[in-house]
Design a protein around this ligand. Structure first.
Ligand SMILES: Nc1nc2c(ncn2[C@@H]2O[C@H](COP(=O)(O)OP(=O)(O)O)[C@@H](O)[C@H]2O)c(=O)[nH]1
Ligand SMILES: [Mg+2]
Length: 224
């Protein structure tokens, strides 16, 4: 597997070919609040530690600008009888309620296949929603996957994930119900990123396949 950072890997097109194998390239956008665990989820997806993570000191965010990391997973799945690589292009974002659409568009001019919403289980959430619809259009839910991090805290508290969802904020519960890719609970304090990421990669690929690998266009003309 090759690890490519930032712009080292040119975009191959949604479907390309490499050494006679098909390559499916998916653009993935991480969204969420400060310290939600976005960068850790990005590392799990990529199977590395390229995104800087950490506790923010004196209110300064660890992730301060959009960052793209790419990784090719060889022979990740079979498509129409042929072995296919999966190339993930994962965009980490600063903690903002609204990502800067121009930055996302610059990194993913062809659009975004999967929106990964990251929220942490051990902190309360308010009901502020992102302007997803304004940014990605009305079909954004079909491309959304919710990842709840810090699942280790739920385990410690003896709380089952489904019980957690009944007790959490309205917006998180609504998102869990609306997201086409459903909800994944992860404990990012355990295992190697690559191992943690495998079920997320599978889920992400399944979701994108359900959307026939169509990408959402990021609307840059809206003033937010
Ligand atoms: N215990 C635990 N810690 C986590 C988990 N996910 C992330 N962290 C830690 O939470 C802090 C913030 O994570 P980070 O990925 O940088 O969050 P970001 O600000 O949203 O990018 C870091 O110190 C991580 O190591 C988790 O699932 N469990
Ligand atoms: Mg971060």
């Amino acid at each position: 597997m090759d690890l490519h950072t930032d712009n080292l890997l040119g975009f191959l097109g949604t479907f390309g070919r490499q050494d006679e194998r098909n390559v499916l390239t998916l653009n993935v956008l991480l969204l969420g609040d400060r310290q939600s665990g976005r960068s850790s989820v990005g590392n799990a997806l990529i199977g590395g530690d390229g995104f800087q993570t950490g506790i923010c000191i004196s209110g300064d965010a660890v992730t301060t600008k959009h960052r793209l990391l790419c990784r090719n997973f060889q022979r990740f799945f079979r498509r129409q009888g042929a072995e296919s690589d999966l190339t993930l292009r994962v965009v980490d974002t600063p903690p903002m309620l609204l990502p800067r659409p121009h930055s996302v568009h610059e990194l993913c001019p062809e659009g975004v296949h999967v929106l990964v919403f990251v929220a942490r289980a051990d902190l309360p959430h308010d009901n502020t929603r992102l302007e997803e619809q304004t940014l990605f259009g009305p079909g954004w839910r079909r491309h959304a996957l919710l990842v709840v991090t810090h699942a280790d805290h739920l385990e410690e508290a003896g709380l089952h994930p489904s019980d957690y969802l009944t007790q959490t904020s309205d917006w998180l519960r609504a998102l869990a119900e609306e997201a086409g890719g459903g909800v994944s609970f992860v404990d990012n304090s355990r295992d190697w990123p690559s191992i943690r990421g495998r079920p997320l990669r599978d889920r992400l690929l399944r979701l994108s396949a359900e959307n026939h690998h169509r990408a959402l266009t990021v609307r840059t003309e809206v003033s937010l």
